[in-house]
Design a binder for this molecule. Structure first.
Ligand SMILES: Cc1ncc(COP(=O)(O)O)c(C=O)c1O
Length: 436
């Protein structure tokens, strides 16, 4: 049945949608995913890290069912709903009291676009700075600052500058200590503000940890430097927490761990328990810079999605210590076990991450750091899949295994995932002759 279903799907769908994993999924619960044949998989990729709090949270399911039976349509454009109020209050409660106002959209990309529009209106300048290796979505504007810019879609919108991101393992300025790399990156941003954009910069948009870009964790002084540049030049800091938020790194937002003071935050992915909702939270004066009626989308703020947001945020708040504590504890445990694999497998170049957002960078040679792209693909999409573990390659060279289970993961799951990786990395090393 499954091969026929693949054929039927690929006959009717555009070829631009091509799943990383050749499975057809029917059901998912907590840390597990089941395909149409009933096969069980341990999910350490969590739908591009969106099932942050686990698949199928019962409270979210119940809230969605109750709301959809009563009021399926609506947004904040034609009328308000109580669901919109409650979801906005719930999201605002995840920020310091009085911090900001909330606007809901459907996807993370839309959220990032709205954040930049707000910054342009508030600061009244036209250029936005993004970082190489970053990822903010695939709408037309967000494609412009895609980590791998795609000129074939040109002309791309102007007013976008790409600054080097401090990727300590592969510093764009050459080999140097992580803190030096971060200082050079801050200097590059300041240079761009002064010279490339002649002072016309309204915002800096940054992921606290680059997710799609390969779980790249910058040193603390990078964020201290960005804060200073933003303050000195009257530039807004937009923190894209789409992948890092909702507890993924062990705090509700990753920016808390870097002591960053954002003017705007974009959240999505784990925000609605797997349903499509994003939120932009902006400092009040920044939020008020657009006129009433300036922005909306047909499904942004829909009551069913708002019920899901409220139920998800309440679930996180109720289980805050358990979930965040588990993210930190299991994250540390996984890092320890993965560094043990480093000692055993020459294919592993580095293990890095924060909480339950971990990357395992694979290289053919630890000295040259040649990316082991084909090997990573074979490990994730063939060997691990056959052993029932879902992990996905990330990074612009496709050589970083993203290890991102739900926050409900238990030690036995981490042990099983690490044991499978141990086995399959060894199998691929033997296949390609690394470390033999
Ligand atoms: C950091 C970050 N920002 C934005 C997005 C885009 O979100 P969406 O796919 O919901 O548009 C993603 C998606 O992976 C992301 O990782």
């Amino acid at each position: 049945m499954v091969p026929r279903l693949f054929e039927e799907l690929e006959e009717v769908l555009m070829t631009n949608l091509f799943p990383t994993h050749r499975i057809i999924v029917r059901e998912a619960r907590d840390v597990y995913v089941y395909d149409v044949d009933g096969r069980e998989y341990l999910d350490f990729m969590t739908v591009v890290t969106s099932a942050t709090l686990g698949h199928g949270i019962p409270e979210v399911r119940d809230a969605v069912i109750e709301t959809v039976g009563r009021l399926a349509s609506g947004n904040g454009y034609n009328w308000y709903t109580v669901e919109l109020l409650e979801a906005a209050r719930a999201v605002a409660s995840l920020f310091p009291p009085g911090f900001g106002r909330v606007h809901f959209r459907v996807s993370g990309s839309e959220g990032v676009e709205l954040a930049v529009k707000l910054a342009k209106r508030h600061v009244r300048r036209s250029t936005a700075i993004f970082f190489t290796g970053g990822y903010h979505g695939r709408t037309y504007y967000t494609t412009t600052f895609h980590g791998a810019r795609r000129p074939e879609y040109g002309p791309l919108p102007p007013g976008v500058l790409m600054a080097p991101y401090p990727y300590p393992y592969r510093c764009p300025f050459g080999p140097m200590r992580p803190e030096e790399c971060a200082a050079a990156a801050v200097e590059a941003v300041e240079h761009m503000v002064n010279y490339a954009a002649a002072g016309d910069v309204c915002c800096i948009v940054v992921e606290p940890i680059q997710g799609v870009g390969g779980i790249v964790v910058p040193p603390q002084n990078f964020f201290e430097g960005l804060k200073r540049v933003a303050r000195d030049y009257g530039i807004l800091l937009i923190v894209d927490e789409v992948q890092t938020g909702m507890g993924r790194t062990g705090t509700v937002w990753a920016y808390e761990q870097f002591d960053l003071a954002p003017d705007l935050v974009v959240a999505a992915k784990g925000l609605a328990g797997g349903l499509p909702a994003s939120a932009v939270v902006a400092r009040r004066d920044v939020a008020d810079s657009q006129q009433p009626g300036d922005d909306h989308s047909t499904f942004g703020g829909s009551p069913v999605l708002m019920a899901a947001v409220k139920a998800t945020v309440e679930y996180l708040a109720r289980n805050r210590e358990t979930l965040l504590g588990n993210a930190r504890r299991m994250g540390q445990y996984a890092m320890k076990r993965l560094w043990e694999l480093y000692d055993k497998h020459p294919l592993i170049g580095e293990v890095r991450g924060m909480g339950l957002l971990i990357g395992i960078e694979l290289v053919r040679d630890r000295r040259t750091k040649e990316p082991a792209t084909r090997e990573t693909s074979s490990i994730c999409l063939d060997h691990a899949l056959r052993r029932g573990l879902l992990v996905v390659p990330s990074g612009w060279r496709g050589n970083v295994i993203r290890f991102a289970p739900p926050l409900t993961v238990r030690q036995e799951h981490v042990d099983r995932a690490v044991d499978i990786l141990d086995e399959v990395i060894g199998a691929v090393e033997r296949e390609v002759g690394v470390g033999q």
